[in-house]
Design a protein around this ligand. Structure first.
Ligand SMILES: Cc1cc2nc3c(=O)[nH]c(=O)nc-3n(C[C@H](O)[C@H](O)[C@H](O)COP(=O)(O)OP(=O)(O)OC[C@H]3O[C@@H](n4cnc5c(N)ncnc54)[C@H](O)[C@@H]3O)c2cc1C
Length: 711
């Protein structure tokens, strides 16, 4: 049996860790007010019973399984039921609902764990010769339906798990590049890099349970992307195993060598082959890393400030501003009764807000991150503070930033907590130019509330800006509602309304979650019909028999009947101007997807091992209470009619962009503003790091790993 560990088969993260609300007094009132769900009386559904899970017989014949064992060894091939279930889905809301309801139409037939590129080449060659399907598996954390086999698939499906390939192989300290195996989870690779004083600087919220290969295959983005870039910027070279050979992209900083094959592989979701390793940019662990919190009088002002910061020489590592609803949510999930939470809940800060003429129902919380040498971070902050002041913002120190850092990897557990109580919580993100961001925000909030009305449920949608660029930014939305008898029916209506609103308001279908099955029906709206046909041509010629993760990114006509994305677009109200040409499959028969029958309460969701000592949180409760005053009217007021189409007032004419606008490299501006950092790369000659002994992938150790070694 392989020693690669995975997340819970039915939910996020590792056994023994779960979200708790008892120590966050503001949370229950927030949920009651916005979802009409009383957490004190809600019936709790427990962890589903694995014995009740049914899986079809594996199509992998003993002869085929033996041919895989001959390559990787018997212990690294499995047709075990748990293995097949764990590799069937990612961790989208749809995946979690289905797995809890024992709705697994198609699992992989066999799971294989290679250790070397040469083994992968052999697996690929025998699989393609046998016309089998190969689905690469990283951490299994995607939320785009990027992993599941098509339910109509009649061929053998192999899940190729990269978990044994988790080493940092080499560091070119002269160039600031590291060669890393694609199966390395975030904590695996960061630990090995930190041991030599380096960091990749890529910290998605799913960091603990996602891999380098998965990041590359989905075009992931981490919270410090403003400084380090998205994974598409960070990945300079890579190797991709294909039938009969390997694509080798050397780590060149920039090249004029025709259309970028590197870019074609980025975001390919396993459709072009298996990424075995990549050369990525790495940076010296910064001497200083601080996250400061600020308040702005309203979201529009906050957006304007973020734009000006993005265009300035400040070049911070994080720019993030929450809308008012998310600000309330952040305060409601706070368990510390000190720092800004206490401050806001008391009388002092609200009095200051009022004295400034601010309305508590409009205020927005922002986090800005500074990294580098002491002097550099100080200078960055000075430049930002000037801009914050110009937009009437107010700094409140590092306290909330520390809390944000502490809880960022715990937040994903909230979805399971809500599902246990019959409520859905999910996320969706889009990117747009600065000129469209406010309209996008308002349009999406409006569309979501219309969808909540359509399903007859009270729901909430909250949002923040993160990942700023020269010309625009990403808006990240989190939404929740209590579902009815058919959870996925309700979910499709809400999620598809949000996706459609992205397109209608000038945004992309996704900023960093990929396409998968879930977003594929909107791809044509995003990149045009001709754009899709170019992509289709690439997939058809590179993979004529559809052996590599078929149906993802672009739907395969006739093969994707009933899989997630096709149902979604069918649920969307079609817009006259955006006629989908990628035919949506008929909505699948409504299946009862309500939460499964609860097991005895004794088997309820595992109680979390407290990760930090519980703190008194009465103040947070007061905050939520105070903050929710007049909030009943809030969602509707956010959904201003015509806000979606009106040009954003937040936007300055592009002509006003200063000549100092941030260069594509993202870090150059900061470099000019700062003295040489002691943390900067040494001039030492290229040194090959001795490959560290491969850490075993244990989910527990991943969860425990300290992320910010620099702190
Ligand atoms: C709670 C939560 C928070 C999240 N936060 C973020 C975030 O902040 N930023 C972000 O970018 N994403 C985020 N995600 C989404 C997810 O973590 C990313 O999509 C991530 O990049 C997936 O990596 P993975 O290793 O888990 O890949 P998997 O889920 O295993 O696979 C994803 C896709 O990549 C393919 N793939 C995997 N490895 C390889 C390989 N070696 N070669 C070729 N193809 C491969 C798979 O076939 C599949 O199509 C979040 C998800 C959740 C559930």
């Amino acid at each position: 049996m392989t020693d690669v560990k995975h997340m819970k088969w039915w939910g996020w993260g590792v056994e023994g860790v779960a979200f708790e609300h008892e120590d966050k007094p503001g949370f229950a009132p927030f949920i009651l007010e916005n979802l009409a769900l009383d957490l004190h009386t809600a019936t709790k559904v427990g962890m589903p019973d694995f014995d009740g899970v049914t899986v079809a017989k594996s199509l992998a014949t003993p002869a085929f399984t033996k041919s895989l064992s001959d390559i990787v060894g018997v212990s690294n091939v499995s047709t075990d039921k748990m293995e097949r279930v764990v590799h069937a889905y990612g961790k989208s809301l749809r995946d979690l609902v289905r797995i809890r309801a024992n709705q697994i139409e198609r699992t992989p037939d066999v799971v294989v764990y290679p250790e070397t590129e040469s083994e992968i080449q052999q697996i690929v060659d025998i699989a393609v010769a046998a016309n089998a399907v190969i689905i690469p598996f990283g951490g299994g954390s995607n939320i785009g339906g990027s992993l599941e086999p098509l339910r109509t698939e009649k061929r053998i499906v192999i899940s190729l798990d990269m978990g044994r390939m988790n080493r940092v192989l080499e560091i070119d300290s002269d160039a600031g590049l590291a060669r890393i195996q694609a199966g390395a989870l975030g904590p695996d690779l960061e630990e090995q890099l930190a041991g030599k004083g380096w960091t990749i600087g890529h910290f998605p919220d799913s960091f603990t349970h996602s891999t380098l290969g998965g990041w590359i295959a989905t075009r992931s983005s981490g919270m410090q992307s403003d400084k380090y870039g998205d994974i598409a910027d960070i990945t300079r070279g890579l190797r991709l195993v294909r039938p009969g050979g390997t694509v080798v992209i050397r780590p060149i900083p920039s090249a004029s060598n025709g259309p970028s094959v590197r870019e074609m592989i980025l975001g390919s979701e396993g459709r072009l082959g298996i990424v075995t390793e990549a050369w990525v940019q790495v940076h010296r662990v910064p001497a200083k890393r601080d996250v400061y919190a600020y308040f702005f009088p309203n979201f529009e002002t906050g957006l304007r400030a973020m734009q000006e910061i993005a265009e300035s020489d400040a070049a911070p590592s994080i720019t993030r501003v929450s809308d008012n609803m998310e600000t309330r949510f952040s305060l409601a999930t706070s368990k510390e009764s000190h720092g800004v939470t206490k401050f806001v809940s008391g009388t002092v800060l609200p009095a200051i807000f009022r004295s400034k003429g601010w309305n508590l129902d409009d205020i927005c919380l922002s986090f800005i991150g500074y990294e580098g040498s002491e002097r550099h971070a100080k200078l960055q902050k000075k430049l930002v503070d000037r801009i914050v002041k110009k937009y009437n913002g107010m700094g409140v120190g590092t306290g909330p930033g520390i809390l944000y850092d502490q809880k960022k990897f715990d937040t994903p557990y909230i979805r399971d907590f809500l599902l246990d109580r019959g409520a859905a919580g999910d996320v969706s993100e889009s990117a747009a130019p600065w000129s469209k961001l406010l309209g996008l925000h308002d349009g999406v909030v409006k569309a979501a509330h219309e969808a909540f009305d359509k399903i007859g449920r009270k729901g909430v949608i909250i949002s923040h800006l993160s990942h700023s660029y020269h010309s625009g930014a990403c808006l990240y939305f989190t939404f929740g509602f209590v579902f009815g008898k058919d959870a996925l029916h309700d979910y499709d209506i809400v999620k598809s309304a949000i996706q459609q609103a992205f397109i209608d308001n000038g945004g992309s279908i996704s900023h960093h979650h990929g396409v998968g099955l879930e977003h594929a029906p909107w791809l044509e709206d995003d990149i045009s019909a001709t754009g899709v046909s170019v992509l289709q041509g690439l997939f058809d010629s590179a993979d004529p028999k559809g052996n590599f993760n078929p149906g993802k990114v672009i739907a395969v006509p006739g093969l994707d009947q009933g899989n997630s994305g096709s149902a979604l677009k069918a649920a969307a109200a079609p817009k006259a101007t955006a006629v989908p040409k990628v035919t949506a499959a008929p909505a699948p028969k409504a299946t009862a997807t309500a939460a499964p029958a609860p097991k005895a309460t004794a088997t309820a969701a595992p109680k979390a091992t407290p990760r930090r000592p519980a703190a008194k949180t009465a103040a947070a409760g007061q905050v939520a209470k105070a903050a929710t005053t007049n909030s009943a009217a809030k969602p509707n007021s956010a959904a201003k009619p015509s806000a979606a189409v009106k040009p954003s007032a937040a936007v300055k004419p592009s002509a006003a962009k200063p000549a100092t606008a941030k260069p594509a490299g993202k870090t150059a501006a900061a470099a000019t503003a700062a003295p040489a950092s002691p943390a900067s790369k040494p001039a030492a000659a290229k040194t090959a790091a001795t490959p560290t002994a491969a850490p075993k992938r244990t989910a527990g150790s991943a969860a425990k790993t300290k992320v910010n070694a620099a702190k």
